[in-house]
Each structure stands twice: as C-alpha cells, then as structure tokens.
Design a binder for this molecule. Structure first.
Ligand SMILES: NC(=O)C1=CN([C@@H]2O[C@H](COP(=O)(O)OP(=O)(O)OC[C@H]3O[C@@H](n4cnc5c(N)ncnc54)[C@H](O)[C@@H]3O)[C@@H](O)[C@H]2O)C=CC1
Ligand SMILES: O=C(O)[C@H]1O[C@H](OP(=O)(O)OP(=O)(O)OC[C@H]2O[C@@H](n3ccc(=O)[nH]c3=O)[C@H](O)[C@@H]2O)[C@H](O)[C@@H](O)[C@@H]1O
Length: 331
C-alpha cells in the first residue's frame, strides 16, 4: 500500500566515509524514528568521479558500486537504486556487494590510485602505462590523503600494523616528492633563492579546477618562501584571496604568465594547465634574469625547445642536463 511504501525509506551514502558508517546511520535513524514505524535501508554507493571531469564521469562511469544489507529488504533496495542508474549506465558496469565492502572498496581504490602516482614519481619510467600515470610534483586534492589516512586507521585498529605502515608510506613519499622539488630548485639556483623572483605557474591541485585543497603548490611555495624567495603566482582559475589564504601571507598574485615571469630568475610549473604549453617562451626568456631556469613539476613542456631558447630546464621524470648534474644534489 501507499502507506507502507512511505514507511520504507532508502538512504544512499555517496560520500567517502569510514567503513561501517552505514551501520551507524541505520542505528541513529532507527532509534530516532522507531515509534513512527518507518523502516530504513541504507545503501553505500560511493562516488568515483574526478574533479574537472565530473559531468563526463557521471554520465559515463567506469563502474557503479552499490553495497547494501544482504537481507531481502536490502537486496530489494539495491535493485531500486540499480533501476535508477539503468536509465544511462549499462548493466555490466554495475557491481553490487555488501555494505562494508562497498565502503572499503572506495578507500582502497583511492589509496591504490595514490600509491601508483607515488610509485611513478619514485621510478619515473615513461614506459609504464600513460593512462592515469603522469609523474608530478606530488598528488593533491581533498580526497587521496584523507582516504589513505582513513584506511591506515582501519588497518591499525584491526592489528594490521604492517599494512597500515605500507599505506602511510604513500603519503610520506608524496611529501618527500614535494620537498625534493623545492631542494632541486634551490640547489640549481646556486644553493639559494633568497631575494630572487620565482614565478609560480599553476596553483590548483590539478587542471580544470579552482580547487586548492591539499594542492602540492602550497608545500612547494611554502618551502621556497622559507628561503626568502619573492614569489609571483599565476593560476587561470584560483583567486588571489584563496592563494593568500592558503599560504597565510600576502604574496604577489598576478593576472597572467607574462607578468608573473617578468624579471624572474626561475619558473615553476605546478599545475598542468594547457595554456602553459602555449606561452611564448622566447619573450618570457628575454624578460627574465639569466641564467633563466624552468622547473616543470608536471612534465608538460617541450624541454628541447626551451633548452634551445637558452633556459636551464628541469622536468620531472626526464634526464638531467649537464648544468643540473654539476649542481650538488641534496635530495
Ligand atoms: N570532490 C570530489 O571530486 C569527490 C568527492 N568525493 C567524496 O564526497 C564527499 C564530499 O566531497 P566534497 O564535495 O569535495 O567536499 P566539500 O568539503 O566540498 O563538502 C563537504 C560538505 O560537508 C559538510 N560537512 C562536513 N562535516 C560535516 C558534518 N559533520 N555534518 C554535516 N556536514 C558536514 C561541509 O560543511 C561541506 O559543505 C567526500 O566524502 C569526498 O571524499 C568522492 C568522489 C569525488
Ligand atoms: O574520491 C575522490 O575524491 C576522487 O579522487 C580522485 O579524483 P581527484 O582527486 O578529483 O583527482 P585525480 O585526477 O585523481 O588527481 C589527484 C591528484 O593526483 C595528481 N595526479 C593524478 C594523476 C597522475 O597521473 N599524476 C598525478 O600527479 C593530480 O595532479 C592531483 O593532484 C580519484 O581519481 C577519483 O576516482 C575519486 O573519485
């Protein structure tokens, strides 16, 4: 009947949450509505979209994961949610499982993606698959670190100390990657960047977003500012206010790459924005102090062309040129 239909509610958990959150939600709801005779089925339907491609990912997901209680009511609730997705997602891309497996899968998925990035950053072998595997100055974003720490916590609480340490190491390697980049900049520029102007191109944690949460640019900029450098920052999407808030100081934020690089001693590419590939680097070079350095933290620039112009170039994952080889390497 309509009345009983209204008394069965399905709650869908989309956020990435600690394992067993669905159980907690169910308990809280049941204890608060018992007297009204309402019954709940909680489903875990973790979100796998990436920022910057959210709409495409939503419309054409690799997979849709739905976890629910394995009792008849739970299985029915799973089918109801599947029926909604069936409007645009093929059946074979939908995976159903129990509640905690769905919650855990999402954490494991993010931890695995982050681990692969840390691995490629440590090895930098261009032969290892190009799909979702670009060496970089480090991964950022609001989710990877939080989800790995979540996984570490579950492992620790279940006595899996070695496994917890394994995942913790992914974060440590990522932190190392950022500090190593800063050291590379400093050592290349005669062991100090004090008083020198460095242009920072890109501040968002990846292209096609203005999101700066846990962006590697924060740590790199703070590292350079620690050596008293003068930063001039440009990002096509991130606001001046946001950058100053993230760095907790009044740094110079400018409106384009040419202004940022004018009279600079070095350039750091920290986000892989496409427009950075199309800058007139000859005119940038002409307006910089010499020797002029480029540190490409996203491996997006044409290194040979830049070297022809006269730049000294360091690009993540590529062979070092003689200049850099001759500099004392601390990292
Ligand atoms: N941003 C992304 O691309 C993706 C995010 N996710 C997951 O989706 C969830 C949301 O992500 P975002 O939208 O990026 O985060 P967000 O930080 O933009 O939004 C989170 C919202 O939750 C609110 N909030 C936080 N704690 C709360 C509490 N205790 N009670 C009530 N409200 C609270 C905050 O005020 C904020 O409005 C996260 O679990 C994230 O891991 C999953 C896949 C992709
Ligand atoms: O749970 C989430 O929030 C989402 O987290 C990530 O998505 P997102 O954080 O939007 O961005 P990614 O494209 O994964 O990039 C994360 C960071 O890794 C870096 N990255 C990514 C890929 C790569 O090859 N190399 C690399 O350094 C990016 O620049 C960025 O800083 C996952 O890719 C999504 O599957 C997941 O749904």
């Amino acid at each position: 009947s309509v009345e009983s239909w209204f008394k069965l509610k399905i709650v869908v958990e989309k956020s990435t949450v600690p394992v067993r959150t669905a159980e907690a939600i169910e308990k809280i709801l049941c204890h608060n509505t018992n007297s009204k005779g309402i019954k709940y089925q909680i489903l875990s339907n973790p979100e796998f979209l990436s920022e910057g491609t959210a709409i495409q990912d939503f419309l054409n997901p690799d997979r849709v994961l739905i976890g629910g209680s394995q009792c008849p009511e739970g299985l029915e609730a799973i089918q109801k949610l599947k029926a909604i997705y069936a409007h645009w997602v093929p059946e074979d891309r939908m995976i159903t499982t129990n509640l905690w497996s769905a919650e855990l899968s999402k954490l494991a998925d993010n931890a695995f993606l982050a681990q692969r990035i840390s691995s490629i950053n440590a090895i930098k072998n261009t032969k290892i698959g190009p799909k979702f595997l670009n060496a970089s100055v480090g991964f950022g974003g609001s989710c990877f670190q939080k989800d790995i720490l979540n996984l570490v916590y579950i492992c620790d609480s279940n006595g899996l100390t070695e496994v917890a340490n394994y995942w913790k190491q992914v974060i440590k390697v990522n932190d190392y990657q950022k500090s190593r980049f800063v050291k590379r900049v400093v050592t290349s520029m005669f062991n100090t960047v004090s008083g020198k102007k460095i242009a920072i191109l890109g501040f968002a944690f990846k292209k096609h977003t203005s999101d700066t949460r846990k962006t590697p640019a924060i740590d790199v900029c703070k590292g350079l500012l620690g050596d008293n450098t003068c930063l001039s920052i440009y990002d096509p999407c991130v606001t001046e206010e946001q950058i100053q808030k993230d760095l907790s100081m009044d740094v110079s934020v400018v409106g384009d790459a040419y202004e940022a690089t004018k009279d600079a001693h070095g350039i750091c590419i920290l986000t892989e924005w496409d427009e950075f590939k199309n800058i007139d680097y000859q005119s940038v070079y002409d307006n910089m102090h010499k020797p002029a350095f480029v540190f490409d933290g996203r491996n997006i620039l044409n290194v040979d062309k830049l070297r022809e112009i006269g730049f000294i170039v360091y690009s993540i994952g590529r062979p070092l040129e003689q200049w850099l080889k001759n500099m004392p390497q601390q990292a």
